[in-house]
Design a protein around this ligand. Structure first.
Ligand code: GDP
Length: 314
C-alpha cells in the first residue's frame, strides 16, 4: 500500500473506521474512498458489486459492522447475525472477484471462547463455548475470519484478520444504557461533577479486569499490519495489560476532576472476571500501543465535552 493507492474504508463513520480514516489522512493517503450506509448498503450484494465495478478499490479496511452492547445483542440477535454475515460475504467476495490487492477484516476479542485461558492467544479461537449473550454476533465475526482464510486458500487472495481488544476514543457510544464501561463512566462521573453529587455508582464489584486500547492506536496497528503482514492467522491488537474496574474508575475520577465517593452497585453483573489479549505476535513484529490509558482517556473526555448530546433537564 502506498500513498497513491486507492483505499476503501468501509464503515468510516464508526469508532474504528473513523480512526482508520484519520490515520490514513494524517499519513498523506490521497485516494481514500468512503460511502455512508445511506449511499451504499453493504448488505446488498448487487449494490456492493456495482460499487466495486465503478470504483475499483485496491486496498480495503473492512470496519463496517453492526455492533452494540449486551442489551442490543439480546434484543436484536437476528439483525446482528444477518447484517454482519451479509456485509462480510458481500465485501469479501467482491474483493476477490474484482482483484483487490489486500483486505483487512476487523474481528473482535469477544469472539474468543468464554473460558479461554488468559491472556488469550490467536490459536484459542474456536476451542470452546462462546458467551451466549453475543453468540450471533460472534459467529458472524468468526465466519468473516473463516471467509478470509478460505478465499486465501482457494483463490490466493491476501485477506488478513485482526482481533482488537476493548476500544475507546472519539465517536464512541456514550449512551448510559448501551455503552461500554469506559465511556459510561466518563459520562456518569462528568454528570455527577456537574450536578455536585456526593457519590457516583459503578456497576459490579470493581474487581473484573479489562484491557483498554485507544482507537487511534488500533488504527495505527491496522495500517502497520496492512503494510507488513500477510497470512490467514488472525492477529490480536491490544496493549497487553489490563486494569480492574475499580482502578479504571479511579483514573476516570482524576481525568474528570470528580472528587466524590465511588459506590459499587453489586446488584449489577460483573461479567467475565478477566479479558486480556496476548499481544506477543504483534509485538514480535515490532508494534506497541503508544497511548497511556490516562492520556487517551483525557483526549476522549475532551471529545465528549465538545460533542456530547444536549442533556435533557430532569
Ligand atoms: P464487557 O467487557 O463485555 O463485560 O463489557 P462492559 O464494558 O459493558 O463491562 C465491563 C465491566 O465494567 C463489567 O464488569 C461491568 O459490570 C463494569 N461496569 C461498571 N460500571 C459500568 C457501566 O456503567 N456500564 C458498563 N457497561 N459496565 C460497567
Amino acid at each position: 500500500m502506498n500513498l497513491d493507492s486507492r483505499v476503501y474504508v468501509a464503515g468510516h463513520r464508526g469508532l474504528v473506521g473513523s480512526a482508520i480514516l484519520r490515520r490514513l489522512q494524517g499519513a498523506g493517503y490521497g485516494d481514500l474512498l468512503t460511502r455512508t450506509s445511506g449511499e451504499l448498503d453493504l448488505t446488498d450484494a448487487r449494490e456492493v458489486d456495482a460499487f466495486f465495478g465503478e470504483e475499483r478499490p485496491e486496498y480495503i479496511f473492512l470496519a463496517a459492522a453492526k455492533v452494540g452492547g449486551i442489551l442490543a445483542n439480546n434484543d436484536y440477535p437476528a439483525d446482528f447475525i444477518r447484517e454482519n454475515l451479509a456485509i462480510e460475504l458481500n465485501v469479501i467476495d467482491a474483493a476477490h472477484r474484482w482483484g483487490v490487492e489486500k483486505l483487512l477484516f476487523l474481528g473482535s476479542s469477544c469472539i474468543y471462547p468464554k473460558f479461554a485461558p488468559q491472556p488469550m492467544r490467536e490459536e484459542h479461537l474456536l476451542t470452546g463455548e462462546l458467551e451466549p449473550t453475543n453468540r450471533p454476533y460472534a459467529v458472524a465475526k468468526i465466519a468473516g475470519i473463516e471467509l478470509c482464510r478460505a478465499y486465501n486458500a482457494q483463490h490466493g487472495t491476501d485477506f488478513v484478520s485482526v482481533m482488537p481488544t476493548n476500544l475507546y476514543g472519539p465517536n464512541d457510544n456514550f449512551d448510559p444504557e448501551t455503552s461500554h464501561v469506559l465511556p459510561a463512566l466518563l459520562r456518569r462521573f462528568h454528570e455527577a461533577r456537574e450536578r455536585g453529587e456526593p457519590s457516583v455508582t459503578v456497576w459490579g464489584t470493581g474487581s473484573p479486569r479489562r484491557e483498554f486500547l485507544h482507537v487511534d492506536d488500533l488504527a495505527d496497528a491496522c495500517v502497520f499490519l496492512m503494510e507488513r503482514y500477510s497470512g490467514s492467522e488472525p492477529v490480536n491488537i491490544g496493549v497487553g495489560e489490563d486494569v480492574s474496574i475499580a482502578e479504571l474508575a479511579e483514573v476516570v475520577g482524576e481525568v474528570v476532576g470528580y472528587e466524590g465517593e465511588v459506590v459499587f452497585d453489586t446488584s449489577k453483573p460483573d461479567g467475565t472476571p478477566r479479558k486480556l489479549l496476548d499481544v506477543g505476535k504483534l509485538s514480535g513484529m515490532g508494534w506497541r500501543a503508544a497511548t497511556p490509558l490516562k492520556a487517551g482517556m483525557a483526549s476522549t473526555y475532551k471529545w465528549f465535552l465538545a460533542n456530547r448530546p444536549v442533556e435533557t433537564p430532569e
